[in-house]
Design a protein around this ligand. Structure first.
Ligand SMILES: Nc1ncnc2c1ncn2[C@@H]1O[C@H](COP(=O)(O)OP(=O)(O)OP(=O)(O)O)[C@@H](O)[C@H]1O
Length: 314
């Protein structure tokens, strides 16, 4: 279990992590989601004792990780920038790590097999693709068979097969009862991988809930209606207690209908019973990606202002 309490990290005038509290529990995959610069890597580095908190604390299984006598057996971590000697083979890299941590070298073969690198274990790591490098980093993280696994953006650079593999590995590790903490800036990825979600923006926790609760609370939907006699349809629906908003689009005005009972069939039946004609009736679900963007909109460090003409500040 990982526990952060009022955890804060400042770099000069930048507050990278701003008084966060959270718990990462065993037996489930916890997604750590936030836009670039939200403070995810800094938080993970503090968990691992690589950065010292400015104030507050973070513990792994009740104590500071840096104080652990057998670090690799307690926490396995893949950080974004992992240093591997380019001239050393994958097998030698892992053997060296095992030896310096008192782990039997027989474990090296097991983890190489687990991550699918057994066929290329003798090749120099400097020649590895980004995806192979990620797999090697994950192999290193699992070397000590740790009960706590921390992976910072593990799917970066992986192809779809590799992404699916990370997903099933995370599931397997959680099912074995381990604490699995995975960062990402992609909501779509987290939705498929995590049971629990901690969303951060500008160093603060914006949401901490089960994936199910997050979806129920944030994924919204509305019914899009177009009709030749639009204002009559609008007043009919509003008269039944539905929330109706007229929205101007490039292809003319449309109605967005929300509220209890705002399903496409109900809207269609009601309008039909009053002899009115519809040209469009669509249930539109906002994606989880939209929910994440809305939640973190104020926390994004660098916005792309695509609609601003060149040279004009947006
Ligand atoms: N060593 C450092 N010195 C100065 N500022 C830093 C340092 N490390 C991180 N920061 C700043 O702290 C903030 C949080 O960075 P961090 O890397 O933790 O975010 P992140 O959520 O992991 O983002 P990304 O997805 O881009 O890696 C950013 O504004 C970053 O520029």
């Amino acid at each position: 279990m990982i526990t952060a309490h009022a955890l804060t990290k400042r770099f000069g005038t930048t507050t990278a992590v701003d008084g966060v509290d959270f718990t990462v529990e065993p037996g489930r995959v916890t997604g750590f989601l936030g836009p670039n610069g939200a403070g995810k890597s800094t938080t993970m580095r503090m968990i691992l004792g690589l950065d010292r908190p400015t104030s507050g604390s973070v513990t792994v299984n009740g104590h500071r990780y840096a104080a652990s006598p057998a670090p690799l057996r307690e926490v396995g971590a893949l950080l974004e920038a992992h240093a591997i000697h380019p001239g050393r083979s994958a097998r030698d890299h892992l053997r060296w790590m095992a030896a310096s941590n008192g782990i039997p070298t027989t474990r090296v073969g097991e983890v190489l097999d687990l991550v699918g690198l057994d066929g290329v274990a003798g090749r120099r790591a400097g020649r590895f693709s980004l995806g192979m490098g990620q797999r090697l980093g994950i192999a290193a993280a699992l070397l000590g068979d740790p009960p706590v696994v921390i992976l910072d953006e593990p799917v970066n650079g992986l192809d779809p097969e590799g992404i699916r593999w990370v997903r099933s590995l995370a599931r397997k590790l959680a099912d074995e009862g381990r604490t699995v903490f995975i960062s990402s800036h992609l909501m779509s990825e987290m939705a498929l991988m995590a049971d629990h979600l901690i969303v951060v923006g500008r160093g603060r926790v914006l949401a901490d809930s089960s994936m199910e609760e997050f979806i129920a609370g944030h994924a919204t939907s509305f019914v899009r209606v177009r009709a030749p006699r639009q204002s009559e349809v609008a007043s009919l629906l509003a008269g039944r207690g539905l929330d109706v908003t007229a929205v101007a689009t490039t292809s003319g005005e449309e109605l967005h209908v929300t509220g209890a009972g705002a399903d496409a069939a109900g809207v269609g039946d009601l309008v039909g019973a009053h002899g009115l004609v519809l040209h469009e009736l669509t249930l539109v679900r906002s994606s989880l990606e939209d929910a994440f963007m809305t939640l973190t909109a104020d926390s994004v460090e660098y916005h792309a202002h695509l609609d601003a003409p060149e040279g004009v500040p947006a």
